[in-house]
Design a protein. Structure first.
Length: 514
C-alpha cells in the first residue's frame, strides 16, 4: 500500500517524533511505501529514509538518499519537507534551529491560515507525485487532520495528548471547531489510553465515539533489550565515546554532545544508576525526583542520577540542584516558589515541592550536599542513544504531574527489564497497571506513586526498595516486565492498527470505553 503520514515536526527526540519515525520504519518493514510529511531538515541523514522531497519554484523534487534501492517486496520511506515560510506552530514552546516558533495560541488568524494552506498544497503535490495513496494518518487533533481533510483525504487520526492539553482544551472557542473538523473527516480515531479518550470527549463530545479506538504507541523491543549489569559500564562508556566523536559544538534542540559524553562517562562509574528521560518542563515533575535524590543517595551512596532531555525548565532544575548542593534551603524554596516563572511563564508555586521543602526530614541538607554531585544532565539524546542508555540503568522515574497520553518511556524501560516508577494518573497509570499485573507481589506496588504532597518521599521509598533487592530477587520482575511489553506494544502491531483505522476496518481494534 501507499501510505501517507502527516506529522509536521521532527523525526527524532521524544513523544510524537519517535512515534512517527518508528511507525514509518514498521510500515516499510511490512512492505508499504510510506510518504511522510515532516519538518526535519536532517531527514536525509536517517538510515531508514530512502528519499527526500523538497519544494522550489519548479515544484516538488524527490531526491534519493542512497543508491541501493529496497529489496523486492520491502517497503520504502520518502520524507517530504513542505515549505511553510519558517514559522513552526507547536503545542509546547521550545527553540528549533532554523524556525520562528510560536505556540498555536500565539498565532494570529492570518498566520494559521497560511500554515494550513501551505501544508494542504504540499499534501496535494505528494498525493499526485505518489500516484494516489491507499491510506493516510494525521497526527495530533490539530492541525494535521484538518490539513488532510482539506486536501480531500480520509485518514486515521492519532491523538497524542499535547494537542488537547496545551491547545484545544485551554482555548476551546478558537480550537474546538478545528478539532470537530478533524474528527468529522477521520475514518478512525486512535488514542493511546482511556484517559485521552475522556479528554477528547471533553473537547468534541460524543462526535468521535463510533470511530474511537485504543491505538497506543509501540516499543522497539530490539533496541530496548535487557543488558547484563556487568556489561552496563562498558555500554555507557561506548555511548560516551560515540557522543564525544561528534565534537564539542552545541547542536540544535538542546544537543551538546561533549557535555552529554562527560555526563554519561561519569554515570558509568556510578552503581546503582537511575535515569529520567523526557522534556525538561515543569509538568514533567523532574523537580520531585531531584528533591527525592538526597534520600535515595543517603541509602545508596554510590548511586547516580542522569537527567536526559531538554526544555525551557532546564535552568530552573539546575538552580534547584545547585541550591541543594550548597545546602541552601532558602534557595531551593525560591525555585519552588517561582515555579513556572523559571520556564518562561507566569510565576506559579510548585505546591508539592514547596510542601516537601517546608519541612524536610532530619539531616536532609547534609544528604543533599553529599548527593548533588551524583546528579548529571545529559541534554537531548537521539532515540537510539536512549535505547543504549536505558538498559544500562537500574530504574527509570517518570514523575509527570500533568496528564499523559501514554507512559512511553516507562514501557521502553520495562522492555529493557528496567523498573519504571511512574506517576499514578492518566495514561501513565494505565501502563503501570498493565505492567503490575504480571509482576511479583512485592515489586508491583513499586512501579507507581500518587502525585500528592507525599510524592517526594514516595519516589525515594520506591527507589530505595528496588535498589535494595539483590539480582536474584530482581530477575523475575525484569523478565515479567519484558514479557508484558513484548506482548502488548510491538511496533508491527501498531502499524497494522493504523492501517485498519485509516481504512475504516475498526472491528478488530479495541474500543476506548463508553
Amino acid at each position: 500500500m501507499r501510505v501517507l503520514v502527516f506529522h509536521g515536526y521532527l523525526l527524532r527526540g521524544t513523544g510524537s517524533n519517535v512515534y512517527n519515525a518508528s511507525l514509518a520504519e514498521a510500515l516499510a518493514r511490512l512492505g508499504h511505501d510510506v510518504h511522510l510529511l515532516c519538518q526535519d531538515r536532517a531527514a536525509a541523514e536517517l538510515p531508514w529514509v530512502d528519499a527526500v522531497g523538497t519544494w522550489d519554484a519548479g515544484g516538488l523534487e524527490v531526491t534519493p538518499t542512497r543508491t541501493a534501492r529496497p529489496a523486492p517486496g520491502a517497503g520504502s520511506v520518502t520524507a517530504y519537507l513542505p515549505e511553510i515560510g519558517g514559522l513552526l506552530p507547536v503545542f509546547v514552546r521550545d527553540a528549533y534551529a532554523g524556525f520562528e516558533v510560536k505556540t498555536f495560541a500565539e498565532l494570529d488568524d492570518a498566520e494559521l491560515d497560511r500554515y494550513l494552506a501551505a501544508n494542504v498544497a504540499a499534501v496535494g503535490d505528494v498525493v499526485t507525485a505518489a500516484g494516489g495513496v491507499d491510506a493516510a494518518l494525521a497526527n495530533h487533533l490539530v492541525m494535521g487532520p484538518v490539513i488532510l481533510s482539506r486536501a480531500g483525504l480520509r485518514y486515521a487520526l492519532k491523538v497524542h495528548g499535547s494537542d488537547l492539553s496545551y491547545t484545544v482544551l485551554p482555548e476551546p472557542e478558537r480550537f474546538v471547531p478545528y478539532a470537530e473538523e478533524a474528527v468529522a473527516g477521520a475514518a478512525g480515531v486512535l488514542v493511546g489510553s482511556v484517559h485521552i479518550a475522556e479528554r477528547l470527549r471533553a473537547a468534541v463530545g460524543a462526535a468521535a465515539d463510533d470511530k474511537l479506538r485504543i491505538g497506543p504507541p509501540g516499543v522497539d523491543i530490539e533496541l530496548f533489550a535487557p543488558l547484563d549489569r556487568g556489561a552496563a559500564p562498558g555500554r555507557l562508556r561506548e555511548l560516551a565515546g560515540r557522543l564525544r566523536g561528534e565534537g564539542a559544538a552545541a547542536g540544535a534542540w538542546g544537543r551538546h554532545p561533549a557535555d552529554a559524553a562527560d555526563a554519561i562517562a561519569a554515570f558509568a562509574a556510578d552503581d546503582p544508576r537511575v535515569v529520567f528521560v523526557g522534556k525538561l518542563i515543569v509538568s514533567k515533575g523532574v523537580d520531585l525526583l531531584i528533591a527525592a535524590w538526597p534520600l535515595v543517595h543517603a541509602s545508596h551512596p554510590g548511586a547516580g542520577l542522569l537527567i536526559a532531555g531538554f526544555g525551557e525548565y532546564e535552568a530552573g532544575l539546575r538552580a534547584l540542584v545547585d541550591a541543594l548542593a550548597r545546602g541552601d534551603l532558602d534557595g531551593a524554596r525560591d525555585v519552588a516558589a517561582r515555579g513556572r516563572g523559571l520556564e518562561g511563564g507566569a510565576e506559579r508555586r510548585l505546591e508539592i515541592l514547596s510542601a516537601f521543602l517546608a519541612d524536610p526530614p532530619p539531616g536532609y541538607l547534609d544528604s543533599a550536599r553529599a548527593a548533588a554531585g551524583a546528579i548529571r544532565f545529559a541534554g537531548r539524546l537521539e532515540h537510539a542513544e536512549v535505547g543504549a542508555l536505558v538498559p544500562a540503568t537500574d530504574a527509570l522515574v517518570f514523575p509527570s504531574t500533568f496528564p499523559e497520553a501514554f507512559g512511553m518511556v516507562a514501557a521502553e524501560a520495562a522492555a529493557a527489564g528496567v523498573l519504571p516508577i511512574s506517576a499514578a494518573h492518566s495514561g501513565a497509570l494505565e501502563v503501570s497497571r498493565a505492567l503490575a499485573a504480571e509482576l511479583p507481589g512485592g515489586v508491583a506496588p513499586l512501579i507507581s506513586f500518587a502525585v500528592d504532597e507525599r510524592a517526594v518521599d514516595a519516589i525515594a521509598a520506591r527507589l530505595d526498595a528496588w535498589l535494595g533487592l539483590d539480582d536474584g530477587e530482581r530477575e523475575p520482575a525484569r523478565e515479567a516486565l519484558r514479557a508484558t511489553v513484548a506482548g502488548l506494544w510491538g511496533w508491527e502491531g501498531v502499524a497494522r492498527s493504523v492501517i485498519a483505522a485509516a481504512t475504516g476496518d475498526l472491528d478488530r481494534l479495541p474500543r476506548a470505553g463508553a
